[in-house]
Design a protein around this ligand. Structure first.
Ligand SMILES: CC(=O)N[C@H]1[C@@H](OP(=O)(O)OP(=O)(O)OC[C@H]2O[C@@H](n3ccc(=O)[nH]c3=O)[C@H](O)[C@@H]2O)O[C@H](CO)[C@@H](O)[C@@H]1O
Ligand SMILES: C=C(OP(=O)(O)O)C(=O)O
Length: 417
């Protein structure tokens, strides 16, 4: 199992190029199932989750051509299986995203139920309820969601806002007969990116980016070309890393307009931020000030940035309250940060953080992606060496994190094992 070794204490300085968003690339790769034409994608991040999606699609008979860097061509013109097996779904929950498009195009699909994960139970009941509202017959058997039927447009209001749920239903609705209205829909930029790609493929969609998406079903979609939106969470992670180390960094090929809540909190913490069309610069001259955080659906503060801000708050002057409202168990980084000297008390959905002047390096491990990122940031600041174990979580969502951080001065190396 690979590890990262980080020797802390160097302020980050320089430029980092941001990759395409994991959470947009995964649904958009699955959207390739909706057409016999070729979907050409650029700015696809090189991530373990993208490779898993590639395997999943190939296992269904989809032709996936890639330059193994950032370009993919997906052609689903000779499907051989309508099944997403447990072996792949268990390594990546987002595999559930093949359910909607496969059912919509082929009238049948079987996807292993993802089950819970470290950050919460994460059921997919709303995905299922929405597809049933569109006329699908669904049974859960032997751990699989087995769906069949011809989909018809409907009005569906989900019980809560769900990102992949909205994406699954959106992909199902584009080929359903008639009009579908998705109410209480997720507004995340990755949902918008998927909708824009589907429109290029011939789908009729309006209202994406609002809480009501209207989809007029079409008979078939065609091939298209699409560039994946920049990763706002990777961007935010490097911004926090720069702030925590009191550094000065420019992030290229990214977008400030989809990072509003995160940038506001960095400014509140004392960072100087400038941004242009496709870059963001941060300059942090002093120890951060503590900022209260409450995670919520977009456009509010993202749950996927909570752990990284916890590290920043743990090093700040003053104390803060951080409330997690999206996932019921997303404080797994707290005991690991405590091993490095952080002072954090958790009570229910809130963490009470008292800033300390510094951390000391330690061997730490995490059980999810963003928790791992928070530990890397802590290691960049800590005195001495930090070993971050189980970095397969990081490799799911950060492209060459050690190379990118090393390029701005961090002393970080991957130890293969
Ligand atoms: C691949 C991807 O895009 N992952 C993102 C996506 O995950 P994901 O789409 O899985 O997260 P959801 O938006 O669905 O989850 C939000 C909340 O709704 C609950 N829920 C969801 C669906 C459902 O059918 N029933 C139900 O109860 C979940 O357990 C959770 O408590 O959005 C999350 C919230 O922004 C992010 O943290 C993830 O990075
Ligand atoms: C929770 C995350 O991802 P996933 O939904 O793929 O587990 C994340 O990206 O932080």
């Amino acid at each position: 199992m690979d590890k990262l070794k980080i020797t802390g204490g160097v302020p980050l300085n320089g430029e980092i190029t941001i990759s395409g968003a994991k959470n947009a690339a995964l649904p958009i790769l699955c959207a390739g199932l909706l057409t016999a034409g070729t979907l050409r994608l650029t700015n696809v991040p090189q991530l373990a989750d993208v490779k898993t999606t590639q395997k999943l699609l190939q296992g269904m008979g989809v032709r996936v051509m890639t330059d193994n860097v950032h370009e993919y061509e997906i052609t689903a013109n000779a499907i051989t299986s309508l099944v997403a097996p447990y072996e792949l779904v268990k390594t990546m929950r987002a595999s559930i995203l093949v359910l909607g498009p496969t059912l919509a195009r082929f009238g049948e699909a079987q996807v292993s139920l993802p089950g819970g994960c470290a950050i919460g139970a994460r059921p997919v009941d709303q995905h299922i309820k929405g597809l049933q509202a569109m006329g699908a017959e669904i049974v859960i058997e032997h751990g699989y969601v087995k769906a069949k039927g011809k989909l018809k447009g409907c009005r569906f209001r989900s019980d809560m806002i769900t990102v992949t749920g909205t994406e699954n239903l959106l992909m199902a609705a584009v080929l359903a007969e008639g009009t579908t209205i998705l109410e209480n829909a997720a507004r995340e930029p990755e949902v918008v990116d998927l909708a824009e790609c589907l429109i290029k493929m011939g789908a009729k969609i309006s209202g994406h980016g609002t809480d009501t998406i209207t989809i007029e079903g079409v008979k078939e979609l065609h091939g298209a070309e699409h560039a994946i939106v920049p990763d706002r969470i990777e961007t935010g992670t490097f911004l926090v890393a720069a702030a925590a180390t009191q550094g000065k960094v420019v992030l290229r090929k990214t977008r400030a307009d989809i990072l509003g809540a995160v940038l506001d909190k960095l400014v509140e913490a004392g960072a100087h931020i400038e941004a242009g069309d496709d870059w963001i610069a941060i300059d942090m001259k002093q120890r951060p000030k503590a900022v209260d955080i409450r995670t919520l659906e977009y456009p509010a503060f993202p749950t996927d940035m909570q752990a990284q801000f916890m590290t920043l708050n743990a090093l700040a002057t003053g104390s803060s309250v951080m409330t997690e409202t999206i996932f019921e168990n997303r404080f797994m980084h707290v005991p690991e940060l405590a091993r490095m000297g952080a002072s954090i008390k958790v009570d229910g959905h809130s963490a009470f953080v008292t800033g300390v002047e510094g951390f000391s390096g330690a061997t730490v491990m995490a059980t999810d992606l963003r928790a791992s990122a928070s530990l890397v940031i802590a290691g960049l600041v800590a005195e001495g060496d930090t070993i971050v174990d189980r970095i397969y979580h990081l490799d799911r969502g950060y492209e060459h994190i050690e190379t990118k951080l090393g390029g701005v001065g961090a002393q970080i190396e991957r130890i293969s094992g």
